[in-house]
Write a new protein. Structure first.
Length: 337
């Protein structure tokens, strides 16, 4: 369709807010100084813009875009941090040093001081344009839709600036690697609220957010369902996770052989499946019956406790450590390798 800016860090601020929002929204190039700002309505930048339009009808909305920021700042931009914490502050925690920022030339927005290229401009609330279709991180081309147009008024850059971009396709792809790193950030955040969680995994094959596997130290009947509800409501990003699988802590959440074994031996489809209709869903998810509104499925693949079953529950077959040690001792003598 046209050239596409993929890794721009868009900086916005809502009215009466001190905290800026930092998000990555792709931008289709329309002209020498116009790009389409493709942000979905639930994203921070789009929410800031909507609030601005309500309080300032007809006025132009200032925006800055940073290209080529450092890895910690990029990771901060894609992390659904709590609204009370800025992405710059979170990036500083990851980096172990404060994020250096500089004021934009044409507005009051602060941009990463070490970025390679900075675009500054505004959104006219009356100017929209059809965007796409482009290949998305889901592995499909997205549908064409209208989004605001950014008019670029200023460009600044480092000497011999490096243009940072990426490609997208069927996961796991390049952005999915960022999702793997982001996964390690989520684990301690979740454990602060739910200490029973032992591990949390977002498989890259599931677009790095549409399916989650959680392992817990189960403490009571119904515990797995509580964890499902907690995951869906904890961080804003998790409301777009369609599937949550909860297993016991004897299962490796990152090993599909373990997870499938637990699902097929510890689940009854009727008893252990939770279906919730009419929930917020990713706008890119064309499988949902309505754009932005779909269902969730939770799967309880834990061992069942009294109250969850009346039957005698099976015990996993496992060698004792003593037998394992004996086998290790005679392994060389067996000469079977």
């Amino acid at each position: 369709v046209a050239p596409l800016i993929t890794w721009g860090l868009t900086v916005t601020r809502g009215p009466h807010k001190e905290r800026q929002n930092l998000g990555i929204y792709r931008q289709q190039v329309l002209d020498k100084n116009k790009v389409i700002m493709r942000w979905l309505s639930h994203r921070g930048g789009a929410l800031d813009f909507q609030e601005f339009k309500k309080e300032n009808p007809g006025e132009k909305y200032p925006v800055s875009v940073a290209l080529g920021a450092d890895p910690a700042t990029i990771l901060g931009a894609v992390t659904p941090v709590p609204d009370t914490l800025s992405e710059y502050a979170f990036a500083g925690l990851l980096r172990g040093a404060k994020t250096e920022v500089a004021k934009s030339i044409s507005n009051d927005l602060e941009v990463p001081a070490t970025a390679e290229i900075i675009l500054e401009g505004y959104l006219d609330p009356e100017e929209m344009a059809p965007e796409g279709p482009y290949g998305d991180h889901t592995g499909y081309y997205n549908e064409v839709d209208n989004f605001p147009v950014m008019t670029v008024t200023h460009i600044t850059m480092r000497k011999d600036a490096i243009y940072h971009s990426t490609y997208t396709g069927r996961p796991p792809d390049e952005p999915a690697i960022l999702g793997v790193a982001l996964n390690e950030v989520f684990v301690p955040i979740l454990q602060k609220q739910f200490p029973e969680i032992q591990d949390f995994y977002l498989p890259p094959e599931g677009c790095s957010y549409r399916l989650a596997v959680v392992t817990i130290k189960k403490q009571y009947a119904g515990h797995a369902k509580r964890v499902m509800m907690g995951v869906w409501s904890f961080l804003r990003q998790f409301m777009y996770t369609k599937f949550v699988i909860v297993c016991d802590d004897d299962v490796n959440a990152r090993n599909w052989e373990d997870v499938i074994w637990a699902m097929t031996t510890r689940m009854d489809p009727s008893r252990d499946t939770v279906l919730i209709e009419n929930t917020p869903i990713d706008y890119l998810d064309f499988a949902s019956p309505v754009s932005g509104l779909g269902s969730k499925m939770g799967m309880d693949a834990t061992n069942k406790w009294p109250g969850e079953t009346d039957r005698e529950w099976g015990e996993p077959i496992e060698m004792t450590q003593e037998i394992k040690n004996q086998v290790d001792e005679i392994w060389d003598e067996l000469d079977i390798l």
